[in-house]
Design a protein around this ligand. Structure first.
Ligand code: MRU
Length: 348
């Protein structure tokens, strides 16, 4: 399985997703600011992977800390948590992972642990967050695969694959699990402007796995649906509100509207760490606005004239009434989502 991110001795190592598929380059982050920068600049991206990176970045900072007393150690810990929290605002997995690390820290302090022991516990928890994410993805895959008929032509948007998680993927996990169950599945991957996660990353992962993959430009999805060439849609999520509204890569909402118009089932695949019961509905989800250069340029080439205003919201919100089911590691949630999401995520 493709390792998206690994803890190696004194460093957090991740494949540079900005360079794929042209080059497989590994980035070694030795400090928390390096990890934070990697998240912000999308060396690593995808909601669960961002959470894993933040947890490892925090553990790394505390391993390198020169503090001898718990007071100084706690101050540095809090500063590192704040640094990670300032990287990307939409994926709730980031904040979930930071909160989990804070709980681990607090429990260790309460138990009278030494600085060295707290360090070890933080590192162990960061590794556990990584490993649990892979297990969650495999469980989500098994749940979702039951909804994928043999011969299905599946459209996906962005990259919710091994690269976006600790491994295996959420939406791509569903596809992988269906294939592993012996079903014939072909995938249509939206290119996903402007960062091209679909064209570059989803296609790269699926081709490596030998899964039949066709890349389309984002504006082709409707035409394919109208021609009867898509049987279902499955996407990932960055944050699912208590009522089932969810944020995902910009363009997801358009795909959901198109799916509804063509009576094509639209599914979301996400771990419990993506469910945010504290946010009532989609209106409360913060949407990241990214640098304009991602829209104005492809590589070094400028596409747009100087003087044109630019928008670059990285995510949109899809209302829950467009969603047929949300696949989690604890089963498939269906409407009413306020009840089904609380049932799986209420007692975490
Ligand atoms: O901006 P990105 O590439 O981090 O956005 C990623 C997505 O929108 C994914 O679909 C989402 O994080 C789910 S990943 C399992």
């Amino acid at each position: 399985m493709l390792p998206t991110i690994e803890w190696q001795d004194d460093a957090v190592v991740m494949v540079d997703q900005r360079r794929l598929p042209a080059a497989e380059v590994w980035v070694r982050c030795r400090t928390a600011p390096e990890v934070a920068r990697a998240i912000k600049t999308m060396v690593i991206r995808g909601a669960p992977a961002i959470g894993v990176a933040a947890a490892m970045g925090i553990a790394l900072a505390m391993r390198r800390s020169a503090a001898t007393g718990t007071k100084q150690f706690a101050t540095e810990f809090q500063k590192t948590c704040d640094l990670m929290a300032g990287t990307r605002p939409t994926a709730v997995n980031l904040f979930w992972a930071i909160e989990r690390m804070k709980r681990t820290f607090a429990l260790a302090v309460q138990a009278g642990a030494s600085v060295a022991e707290i360090r070890n516990r933080l590192e162990a928890d960061a590794r556990a967050i990584h490993d649990e994410d892979v297990e969650s993805c495999r469980a989500i895959g098994r749940v979702g695969a039951a909804f994928v008929p043999d011969g299905a032509r599946v459209l996906t948007h962005c990259n919710a694959g091994a690269l976006a998680t600790a491994g295996y993927g959420t939406a791509l996990g569903v596809i992988r699990a269906a294939v592993e169950a012996g079903k014939r599945v072909s995938v249509v991957a939206d290119e996903t402007r402007p960062f091209l996660q679909g064209a570059r990353l989803t296609a790269w992962e699926l081709v490596r796995d030998g899964i039949d993959t066709t890349v389309i430009c984002d504006n082709m999805a409707g035409a394919l649906m109208r021609q009867g060439l898509i049987d279902l849609v499955v996407v990932g999520a960055d944050r699912i509100a208590a009522n089932g509204d969810f944020a995902n890569k910009i363009g997801t909402y358009s795909v959901a509207v198109l799916a509804k118009a063509h009576a094509i089932p639209f599914y979301v695949a996400a771990p419990l760490s993506t469910i945010d019961l504290a946010t009532a509905d989609g209106a409360g989800i913060p949407i990241e606005e990214r640098p304009h250069r991602e829209v104005t340029h492809v590589g070094a080439a400028r596409l747009t004239p100087e003087g044109a205003a630019i928008r670059n919201p990285a995510f949109d919100v899809t209302p829950h009434d467009l969603v047929a089911a949300i696949f989690t590691e604890r089963g498939a949630c269906t409407a009413p989502f306020a009840d089904s999401l609380r049932a799986v995520a209420g007692a975490r």
